[in-house]
Write a protein of this length. Structure first.
Length: 261
């Protein structure tokens, strides 16, 4: 007979202890730890620690030093994170912060990541904002040169990546491609974004003439992972007013995400 929905199984203590042991090794000074040290940090008996370490060594996740009988993690441990994709950091880390941001600014926000020659909306608060004018934003593609999110990405990504992206844009035949082939337009907007510390657009995207936005990049170890914007109606706010009111909250959300990555 199958267990009913919501039935709970007993915790597998051996698995919990093994994970605690891996965590303790990972946090050890220099990455090495003896059985006695691991026993003290985990509260497990030394015999239990030794038995688990021998199992982890047989599986290839830790190795023992012959000189002092200490243990450290091996490179195989990284395989456990190979399946952790950008979808996970967006859903587990960024999504709750976007919800908090919505409570503070009310206007909707989008989290976008680079997707070829455009920014792809990966998460949004449009469907929850009472001020939203577009409910179906997930998977929408935003042009790099005509949106705040795109300009923030271009302004703060690495030089090599920026030149590659501009090369993709210049190879096209649409309105954005023509802008990309105008060095004055590109440099003016990128320099302005860097000088102010945030990106903006004021209806330059022909598909969203009534819309304005401000945006900041999400960075980790010098790399831009994506951008978050705050979107508003131009008739309700100017870019300067939006920045004055909402930039501190947006910056706080970015810092919270970066701190949790």
């Amino acid at each position: 007979m199958r267990p009913s929905t919501g039935a709970r199984y007993r915790t597998v203590q051996g698995l919990s202890r093994g994970l605690a042991l891996l965590h303790a090794i990972n946090r050890s000074p220099g990455g090495w730890a003896s059985i006695a040290e691991l026993s003290g940090r985990t509260g497990l008996h030394r015999t239990t620690v030794r038995r688990m370490l021998e199992t982890l060594q047989d599986e290839g996740y830790v190795r023992r030093s012959d000189s002092d009988d200490s243990y450290r993690l091996t490179h195989k441990i990284r395989q456990l994170s190979d399946g952790f994709t950008d979808d996970e950091w967006i859903s587990e880390i960024a999504n709750p912060v976007l919800g908090e941001l919505l409570q503070k600014v009310v206007w909707p926000s989008d989290l976008c990541t680079i997707d070829g020659d455009a920014m792809l909306v990966r998460e949004t608060t449009h469907r929850f904002s009472p001020l939203s004018f577009h409910r179906a934003m997930i998977r929408q593609r935003l042009p790099l040169l005509m949106t705040a999110a795109g300009r923030a990405y271009l302004a703060f990504c690495g030089e090599e990546e920026r030149q590659q992206l501009l090369g993709l844009l210049m190879a096209g035949q649409d309105e954005q491609s023509r802008l990309a082939r105008s060095p004055g337009f590109v440099e003016t907007h990128l320099a302005r974004t860097r000088e102010r510390g945030y990106a903006s657009n004021e209806g330059e995207w022909t598909e969203q003439l009534k819309i304005g936005a401000i945006a900041l990049p999400i960075r980790r170890q010098g790399q831009v992972l994506g951008c978050i914007n705050v979107v508003f109606l131009r008739k309700a706010l100017s870019v300067e007013e939006a920045a004055q009111r909402y930039l501190p909250e947006l910056r706080g959300a970015i810092q919270k995400i970066e701190g949790r990555l």
